[in-house]
Design a protein around this ligand. Structure first.
Ligand code: ASP
Length: 333
């Protein structure tokens, strides 16, 4: 029988209502887990659980917390067949993206899940999410970091939090689901990442300074000039459509040129949830390309941020980082 490790980081799934709003509650969470007969059924895999304390509302997740999750997976890698991470939904797509890069040559499932309603409440979606995530982790079919939510298994670095209050909280607009969990769990075998030939390795992330600029009509780019210093390592610019910025925003290009000269990696992503950046299609994007910006193609902003953290943490030079930003490393683009 396979054995999985559950890493509980917090999130709504284990929260209780207080007069200040929902907060994680370790005892209550374990009390509710112990009331789930499914977790001791003969058909469920063996499992252990580690609580990563203090449990967090995922809005409070930091790069150091990603490192802590990664270290727990890494130090237990050989003892388990798969991993389930319980996590708040708010930053789940960021954590999934970050872990996908940190886990080099991952050869086991790492399934992140949570819920929109705490497990202690009667309409909770948490129970189904945990059980299905455990089954997928124990089956060992995927070799990647995924998000499981409400019947769908998504590639973690392709997912976005799509709904603040619906049970289908996540979508993967540019990549099909890796599996659908209906009566059976049906994997989309043709698109799963292959089992790696090389040994697993865990890369810690450094909290390198990264910024995100979202373009909007009337944006005054000169306001951003002050943040474009040599200490800024990377910027994601969320543009309109296929990578377009207002032509009237004359101040942006000198800023990007300055950033480029400083060695800052400027990655262009689109504000559209679906579709890809194609720099040079319109005159309004051509200038970005000439100024030295690189295309984030159809990467989510979450994946682009996580990838920059990863590539800078690897210690690569700027040219290599620019090249790898435009190369799919874990199916993220
Ligand atoms: N604020 C919560 C969190 O991200 C929301 C959730 O879990 O759904 O931890």
């Amino acid at each position: 029988m396979s054995k999985i490790l559950i890493i509980n980081t917090g999130g709504t799934i284990g929260m209780v209502k207080t007069e200040n709003g929902y907060v994680p509650n370790l005892d209550k969470f374990h009390e509710n887990l112990s009331k789930m007969p499914e977790l001791s059924a003969s058909s469920i895999c063996d499992w252990d659980i580690i609580d990563m304390l203090p449990l967090l509302d995922s809005s409070n997740m930091t790069v150091e917390d990603w490192n802590r999750i990664g270290e727990l997976i890494s130090s237990n890698y050989n003892s388990y067949d798969g991993f389930v991470i319980l996590h708040g939904t708010d930053t789940m797509a960021y954590t999934a993206s970050a872990l996908s890069f940190m886990m080099e040559n991952l050869g086991k499932p790492v399934i992140i899940t949570g819920s929109q309603i705490p497990i202690c409440e009667i309409r909770s979606d948490g129970k189904d999410n945990i059980i299905a995530a455990m089954l997928i982790a124990s089956e060992g079919i995927v070799n990647e970091v995924c998000i499981y939510f409400r019947g769908e298994l998504l590639r973690g670095n392709r997912a976005i939090k799509y709904s603040a209050d619906g049970f289908m909280a996540f979508k993967s607009p540019n990549a099909p689901a890796l599996a659908q969990a209906g009566i059976a769990i049906n994997y989309n075998e043709g698109i799963l990442l292959p089992k790696p030939a090389d040994a697993f390795n865990f890369q810690r992330l450094e909290n390198v300074p990264i910024g995100v600029i979202k373009v909007f009509p009337g944006i005054q780019f000169d306001l951003f000039s002050n943040i474009m210093t040599e200490s800024l390592k990377g910027v994601v610019i969320e543009t309109f459509g296929a990578g377009n910025i207002p032509s009237s925003a004359k101040s942006l290009l000198p800023i990007i040129e300055k950033a480029f000269a400083n060695g800052t990696v400027v990655t262009v992503c689109t504000q559209c949830p679906q579709g890809t950046v194609l720099l040079g299609t319109y005159e309004t994007s051509n200038a970005l390309k000439s100024a030295g910006a690189i295309s984030g193609k159809d990467m989510t902003t979450e994946a682009a941020i996580a990838k920059m953290y990863y590539l800078f943490s690897k210690g690569y030079d700027t040219k290599t980082i620019c090249r790898l930003m435009e190369t799919s490393l874990r199916g993220e683009e």
